[in-house]
Design a protein around this ligand. Structure first.
Ligand code: HEM
Ligand code: HEM
Length: 137
């Protein structure tokens, strides 16, 4: 599920970058890109990403607790919490971005690009946990 989510994150980034091109490109580029509805599609994929990430993080903690009777307060748990906070704040900036607020726009892109970078690392630490469960099964 999390590898699928990482792919969805990459796709959302692609759509966001296209949406920026629609906003800032030359008249010709804009004309060619507008039918792609990139901003709407980015918003839809972004919302899906947010919902599944919140569910996955809470679910990951629930499953870990049910299996072990405790949580392992380590990098995977902490980075997961930070990532979820970052994407939630970035999503909350959407209405302000749509009103043209430049600070909200910069913060949105910065938070989400940082979040995706953490996701790459989270996939590695996640696979370490998978390995551990596999070996100790
Ligand atoms: C993978 C995570 C994400 C990345 C990398 C990302 C990146 C971007 C980028 C590059 C833009 C264009 C900024 C510009 O025009 O200068 C953008 C716009 C936008 N993003 Fe995201 N975003 C992500 C997730 C989300 C989420 C979770 C939401 C909300 C649920 C969201 C909602 C929006 C909205 C509403 C816009 C403005 C579109 C417009 O009308 O021009 N994004 N994002
Ligand atoms: C490809 C990426 C990922 C893989 C392979 C992965 C894998 C795992 C595994 C195997 C567990 C342990 C479940 C159990 O004990 O049965 C876990 C726990 C957890 N995961 Fe992930 N994960 C990934 C990405 C993420 C992401 C993106 C988040 C949050 C945004 C996240 C948040 C958590 C949390 C909070 C826990 C509970 C940790 C604990 O209490 O030790 N994970 N993950």
């Amino acid at each position: 599920m999390m590898w699928g989510l990482l792919a969805a994150g990459g796709y959302s980034m692609f759509l966001g970058i296209k949406a920026k091109k629609v906003r800032t490109g030359t008249a010709e580029q804009r004309k060619a890109l507008i039918p792609g509805k990139f901003a709407q599609r980015h918003y839809r994929w972004g919302s899906l990403l947010l919902a599944v990430m919140v569910t996955g993080m809470i679910g990951g903690m629930a499953v870990t607790y049910i299996n072990n009777g405790k949580l392992f307060v380590g990098p995977h748990l902490l980075v997961g919490l930070v990532m979820t906070g970052m994407i939630a704040i970035a999503a909350a900036l959407a209405p302000f971005m749509q009103q043209g607020n430049v600070i909200a726009r910069k913060a949105h892109v910065g938070l989400n690009m940082g979040m995706l970078t953490l996701f790459l690392w989270q996939a590695f630490s996640g696979m370490e946990i998978v390995n551990k469960i596999w070996v100790n099964r």
